[in-house]
Design a binder for this molecule. Structure first.
Ligand code: ADP
Ligand code: MG
Length: 282
């Protein structure tokens, strides 16, 4: 455990050598970096601040990452604020976005690989929810593979995450149309179940390479989402097991109160299949 506080008297380049770009996000770039004192390889996320709301949002991201210490959730290592910029130094995750595995036409993920991924995703989400934190941006771009070949993942990007209090009426208006839950689109109250909808979409995408709600336009996608209009009709699903389909069917439910929770997912037959318990995961 490492207590991270935002440094204001130094900038990242005082302590780290910053290297090549790893990825681009909505608010800035993520670059490879190395801590000079230890030689440790890490990732630095640079975020531009445009006004007080941005600053509040970034400090929220920092607080949430500090709170979430779990092997499936990206860990924060250091943080800097200087003028209109923040830099969050985080664990380096080297294997690329889970997204790249899906769009790689050379091979379709096996159901076994999907089980491995989904088990870890649900494990991370179950922990987040046990800490009353909602991620609210679950999608394959925000899940990184530890290595190019292996099946180990980490959930990243707590930029939209929120503390959840069951007594509050929490509503949000953001997200990615293909992955966002109907209650978000309708600006209805959100719950931990809101993340589980996205987990269901991720599972559908991993198994088939198809996006269940994707329409010709964004408006059509959102309309498919709010009506929970989706099916397994594509031929990609012909060889998929009934257990896998049952798993998705219990997540892509319009009423958030009727969706499986993350812990229920972990108890579902499909994820319990040939479980070699993964308690030894790094
Ligand atoms: P944003 O909130 O702008 O979407 P992310 O935190 O999702 O920013 O980072 C953007 C991209 O940068 C990710 O999709 C990923 O490709 C890459 N990236 C982010 N964090 C790391 C990391 N710790 N290690 C390696 N690559 C990362
Ligand atoms: Mg992101």
């Amino acid at each position: 455990t490492r207590e991270v506080s935002v440094k204001k008297d130094k900038w990242v380049t005082d302590l780290y050598t910053v290297d090549s770009v790893l990825g681009k996000g909505k608010f800035g770039e993520v670059k490879r970096c190395r801590e000079r004192r230890t030689g440790r390889q890490l990732a630095a996320k640079f975020i531009e601040v445009n006004g007080p709301q941005d600053r509040t949002d970034i400090l929220n991201e920092v607080e949430i990452m500090k709170h979430l210490q779990h092997p499936r959730l990206l860990q924060l290592y250091d943080a800097f604020e200087h003028r209109e910029r923040f830099c969050l130094v985080m664990e380096l995750v080297n294997g690329g976005e889970l997204f790249e595995r899906v769009i790689n036409d050379d091979f379709i993920l096996t159901e076994k690989a999907c089980v491995m991924f989904m088990r870890q995703i649900c494990d991370g989400v179950a922990f987040m929810h046990s800490q009353n934190i909602l991620h609210l941006d679950m999608k394959p771009e925000n899940i990184l593979c530890l290595t190019r070949e292996g099946n180990r993942i980490k959930i990243i990007d707590f930029g939209l995450a929120r503390k959840y209090n069951p007594k509050d009426d929490l509503r949000v208006l953001f997200g990615t149309p293909e992955f966002v839950a109907p209650e978000v689109v309708n600006f209805d109250p959100i719950y931990p179940a809101t993340d589980l909808w996205s987990v269901g979409v991720i599972c559908y995408v991993l198994l088939s390479g198809l996006s269940p709600f994707m329409g010709e336009s964004e408006a059509e996608t959102l309309s498919n989402v709010t009506m929970a209009r989706w099916d397994f009709n594509a031929e990609e699903f012909e060889s998929i097991s009934n257990e896998a389909k049952d798993f998705i069917t219990k997540l892509l439910v319009k009423d958030p109160r009727k969706r499986m929770t993350a812990s229920e997912c972990l108890e579902h037959q499909w994820l319990r299949r040939s479980v070699k318990r993964e308690s030894h995961l790094p």
